[in-house]
Ligand binder design. Structure first.
Ligand code: NAI
Ligand code: AKG
Length: 469
């Protein structure tokens, strides 16, 4: 579906006729009932027209990694074919599956590399049902005309709450006491167990999660300092520090909330652990590449670091199971798990019912809006373009979605092609090498549509085209 398939034009014409000619019938369609539940981006008093120039039953959505039920329900209401798998897939299987799907939903484990995306002949869009998008080759996807969406903050609170729990758990050695008692050992101690009140929390990365954590931590009596590459307004009485070292020198707890980027790889390694206070604690619920684990192991063995909580790992198992977290995944695993006062969790920072349900709705709605209307607002790799929904008074109107290389002269060429019709609205934007033009053209006969498509398809700058009507 990266471009309207000419062979399917017959079907699509029929579909358009059905929709345009019989609004009453449309009001009983699943799509309409779904649309009615959505907060509309651009309100209109007229009944909104459903734009779907394809048979919705042919729309294939592949959902991996146990994406929430809310997303499945929304896609089912659209009439799409949904395939749902609990785990992620190894590369070869992923390549096979991605060949004929129009949209794919993933979480943090599925790697959508250029090699995988190269085989995605029909893919229109990708939904990351999470915050991080580092698992997708965003530039390659954009160059193929594939828009990527995520959920920028629906699980932020869940991560912040987990970190709060870990701060107290580490300070009181709760993990160790619990493991001991599970195996019959009564070990009532107070040595090196602390209140968190009055201690300093250093937050690295003061974005959605870091700033939520800041507010919660202050409510418990912690002092908060933070380090970020950009200047960010402090919440409460938190203070931004100007260097990473300043944060490390002064924090009793250090918590990481940065994205995975080349700059954040091994952000905490041997020199940074050496710069931390003796007996400090470290928490990483960001990405596994951000902390050099062998250096952490050395710092904990030397008692420089009194405890740590880790939620994310350089390599993570593809699915749940006994024996999945072992040395063949990360070679230091045995060494790591033998350490005291170390809380290990299986990447569950965002895994709450509230977060997953909200993410399911948010991302499936964004994908549906993009598929059905071309609205790319919220995409992380694509020009953000949107036009007001069409209504039933706008007969013979076609929405042109033209994704193209961002080079001079393209708009002139496209507007020449569209010039026999009235261009009611047009919105174009670019993002790096890729540009996206959305235009509503009126006075279009059914017989014109194929010609418009074919002319646009012959333009040199074209990446992909869809015509909605
Ligand atoms: N454990 C889990 O389940 C989850 C993990 N995450 C991870 O947490 C990360 C952060 O999430 P948000 O707070 O929503 O992201 P955000 O984008 O709102 O904030 C990230 C902050 O890090 C800062 N930053 C970037 N590079 C930096 C550097 N080199 N040094 C210092 N600061 C730097 C940015 O300026 C920004 O303020 C995500 O990228 C994701 O990888 C997110 C959700 C769940
Ligand atoms: O819930 C997940 O699978 C991933 C959570 C996460 O790391 C994210 O949202 O970036």
């Amino acid at each position: 579906m990266s471009a309207l398939n000419i062979e399917n034009l017959q079907n699509t014409f029929q579909n358009a006729v059905n929709l345009g000619g019989s609004p009453g019938a449309v009001s009983t369609s699943p799509t309409q009932s779904f649309m009615n539940t959505l907060p509309r981006r651009l309100s209109t008093s007229k009944q909104q027209k459903i734009l779907k120039p394809f048979s919705t039953g042919d729309m294939k959505i592949l959902l991996l990694e146990n994406v929430n039920q809310t997303a499945i329900e929304i896609f089912n209401k659209q009439g799409y074919q949904v395939e749902f798998l609990k785990g992620s897939l190894p590369e070869e299987e992923l390549i096979e599956k991605i060949k004929d799907v129009h949209a794919i939903g993933i979480r943090s484990k599925t790697k959508l590399t250029a090699k995988v995306l190269e085989h995605a002949k029909n893919l229109v869009c990708i939904g990351c049902f999470c915050i991080g998008t580092n698992q997708v080759d965003l530039n390659f996807a954009a160059k193929k005309g594939i828009a990527v969406f995520n959920s920028p903050f629906s699980n932020s609170r869940s991560v912040a709450e987990l970190v709060i729990a870990e701060i107290i758990s580490l300070a009181r050695q709760l993990g160790d006491r619990s493991i001991e008692l599970h195996t019959g050992t009564w070990n009532k101690v107070s040595n090196k167990c602390w209140e968190v009140r009055g201690k300093t929390l250093g937050i690295i990365g003061y974005g959605h999660i870091g700033s939520q954590l800041s507010v919660l931590a202050e409510a418990m009596g912690l002092h908060v300092i933070y380090y970020d590459i950009v200047t960010i307004m402090a919440l409460g009485t938190a203070k931004q520090v100007s260097t990473l070292d300043e944060l490390l020198n002064n924090s009793d707890f250090v918590s990481l909330h940065v994205p995975e980027t080349p700059e954040t790889k091994n952000l905490l390694s041997a020199p940074q652990f050496a710069a931390m206070k003796d007996g400090a604690y470290m928490i990483n619920a960001s990405r596994g590449t951000v902390v050099d684990i062998p250096s952490l192991i050395a710092a904990m063995k030397a008692k420089k670091i009194a405890g740590a909580a880790i939620d994310v790992y350089p390599a993570e198992p593809r699915k749940n199971g006994v024996g999945a977290f072992a040395d063949d995944l990360n070679k230091w695993t045995s060494d790591l798990i033998s350490l005291p006062n170390l809380i290990l969790t299986p990447h569950i920072g965002g895994s709450t019912e509230e977060a997953q349900s909200a993410i399911g709705i948010e991302v499936s709605t964004a994908l549906s809006n993009y598929i059905n209307e071309g609205n790319s607002v919220g995409s992380v790799n694509f020009p953000e373009v949107s036009l007001k929904a069409l209504n039933y008074d706008q007969e013979n109107t076609v929405r042109v979605l033209y994704i193209h290389q961002n080079i001079p002269g393209v708009l002139r060429t496209v507007n020449n092609i569209l010039s026999n019709h009235n261009i009611d609205k047009q919105f174009s934007d670019s993002h790096g090498d890729v540009a996206y033009l959305m235009a509503d053209i009126s006075s279009v006969d059914q017989s014109d549509i194929k010609e418009i498509y074919e002319k646009l398809n012959q333009t040199d700058a074209k990446i992909s085209i869809r015509l909605l009507y």
